[in-house]
Design a protein around this ligand. Structure first.
Ligand SMILES: [Zn+2]
Length: 149
């Protein structure tokens, strides 16, 4: 993740008690467990919002945690946004996996069916030859199933 100089300027109001963008991102990685692509995207989104004039309270966090660090509100907002996107990504992933799995099961059933039909066709052929042999006839002379008389 490249830190643009303008990011540092935008983050300045929130670092008065020692928080830096690097620390925030490290904390975010640890807390969210999100993929690096999601982290990057959410950090970029945050700074785009800051660039567009979004501000966060610096006296007390507005998420309900009552933390009073200057960086609490911005950090907690970023974590919420990241978890939201991670949740969507995870859901899409499982949906995709389920779809692939479903297709694999269908394919397997079809293959099993084909194998079953082939095996039974073969068994019918064997049975036919067996009946014909005990009746002393040639397989090509008669029809199956064997008729009496
Ligand atoms: Zn909070």
């Amino acid at each position: 993740m490249t830190l643009l100089p303008r990011y540092k300027k935008l983050f300045k109001p929130y670092q008065q008690d020692g928080c830096t963008i690097e620390k925030m991102v490290m904390w975010l990685r640890k807390k969210s467990g999100a993929q690096e692509e999601i982290i990057s995207l959410c950090v970029r989104n945050l700074f785009t919002e800051l660039a567009h004039g979004k501000t966060f309270p610096r006296d007390i966090c507005d998420c309900g945690c009552d933390m009073t660090n200057a960086h609490s509100a911005i950090n907690h907002y970023l974590l919420r946004e990241t978890l939201k996107l991670k949740g969507e990504a995870d859901r899409s992933y499982w949906e995709l996996l389920e779809k692939v799995d479903h297709e694999r099961i269908i394919k397997h059933v079809e293959m099993e069916n084909a194998a079953y039909i082939a095996a039974n066709r073969n068994a019918t052929g064997k049975l036919k030859r067996f009946f014909l042999r005990i009746r002393g006839r040639n397989a090509d002379e008669t029809s199956f199933p064997p008729t009496t008389g």
